[in-house]
Design a protein around this ligand. Sequence first.
Ligand code: C5P
Length: 297
Amino acid sequence: MPHPDAGLDVDMLTTPVTEIAYAKVNVALHVRARREDGYHALESLFVFAEDGDRLQGWASDDGAIHLTIDGPFGATLDAGPDNLVVRAARALQAYLGEQRGAAIRLTKNLPVASGIGGGSADAAAALRLLARLWIVRIDDGELMGLALDLGSDVPACVPSVTQMVMGRGERQARHAVDGLDACSMLLVNPGVGVSTAQVFAGWDRVDRGPLDGSSLGVLCAMGRNDLEAAALAIAPVIGDVLAMLAAQEDVLLARMSGSGATCFALFRSDRALAAAAQAVRRANPGWWVMETRIRSA
Ligand code: C5P
C-alpha cells in the first residue's frame, strides 16, 4: 500500500481521493446563553471560503489510519491519535465496523486555533474523504451524529455551504442571503492562536439579542460577533486587525470569525479585495492574509 511517507512519489503509484477542508467564517455569531452542559447556545451565519486545507487519501487493507501533515502550518500540528482527522477516521471505522484503513495526507494551509474552523473542517473533510475512499453508504443523520461528537462546528462543515447554525452547532438550516455569494473575502490572522474554550469562558453572559439574517444589509449593520470582546481581552492585536480592515476602501463588513483571532472583510469587487490585501500585507508583513471568495451552495 503506498502512503505519503514511504519515500515514493505516491502520485505516480495511485491517484488519491482529494477533499478540500474549506475555511469557515462566521458572518455573525450571536451568543444567547450558557447551557447547563457548559456549551453555549448560538445563532450564527456560517459561510465557507473556496479555499482551505487539502486532504488526500489512499485506501489500505490493514485497518491502520496513517496521517502525515505538511503545508505552511503543518509543523504546528501533531499527527497522533488526538488529531481530529485521525479521530474522524476512527469514529467512522467504529461506526461501520470497517476493516480497511487509509493513509491520509493533510496539507495545512490554514492557521491553527484561529476561528476559521481548521480542525473542524479537517474532520468533516476526513469523513467525506473516507466515505468516498471506502465507498460507504451512511445515513445523513448518522453522519451528522458522528460529526457532532467530533466538535460543535463539524456538522456544518460536512456540507460546507452557507447555513444558519443554532444550538451548540447541532442544528443547521441552509440559508440564502441575496448578494452574499457575490462578495469577495479577505481573511487576516495576526499570528496568535486563541483557545475557543478560553474565549467562551470570557463571554460576559449578556444576551444581546437574536440574529436577523434576512438581508446582507441587516447582517452587516445589526449582526455581531459576541465573542469579540472576550477574544480581544486575550489577544488585543485583534483590535488592530479589525481597525485595519474597517479602514479599507469599499469594505462592506469587517468582523472577527468564531473565537478569533482571524478576522474577515467582505468586498463587492475583486479590485477592492486586491487593494485591501496589498495594504494589509504591506503594513503587516508577518500577518497571514488570504484572498478568497464565498463558496456557493
Ligand atoms: O465543540 P468543540 O470541541 O469544538 O468546542 C470547544 C470548546 O469551545 C468547548 O469545550 C466549549 O468550551 C466551547 N464551546 C462552547 N459553546 C459552543 C461551542 C464551543 O462553549 N457552542
